[in-house]
Design a binder for this molecule. Structure first.
Ligand code: ZN
Length: 132
């Protein structure tokens, strides 16, 4: 599984987008709100992978809770998978706790599933499959 992207929680996209454009020397190629998750996202290409910045769009968003608890910073690692349902089944059979039972719609035209960080050494893992 290649790293599809790293998710970084930020307080303010309008401040963080220019910062990451300078840091990575590449323009943000996409911003997208995922209303169902209460987040606004911004994407940057970094070689074969991407950086996803996440800003909470509601106080109840998991990103808002994350920032209150831990501050800004790396939020999750996303791995690209070809068949998300097969991968979810494989990991569930091994005892990993899936945070959603069926794939859900994520940003950037992806089907996604998150694994509970309790079972992954504290790392929130996202599986993502390009939508057919
Ligand atoms: Zn992500």
């Amino acid at each position: 599984m290649k790293i599809e992207h790293l998710g970084i929680a930020v307080k303010d996209l309008s401040a963080s987008i220019p910062l990451f454009e300078q840091l990575l020397n590449t323009p943000c190629y996409k911003t997208e709100e995922v209303a169902s998750e209460g987040v606004k996202t911004a994407f940057f290409h970094t070689g074969d992978s991407k950086i996803e910045l996440l800003e909470a769009s509601q106080d109840t968003s998991p990103i808002a809770k994350f920032i209150v608890k831990k501050g800004e910073g790396i939020h999750h690692i996303a791995f690209a998978v070809e068949h998300i349902e097969a991968e979810m089944k494989r990991l569930a059979a091994l005892g990993f706790e899936l945070l959603n039972e069926t794939p859900k719609n994520g940003a950037d035209n992806k089907l996604v599933c998150f694994l509970h960080p309790k079972g992954t050494n504290g790392v929130l893992v996202e599986l993502c499959q390009e939508k057919p």
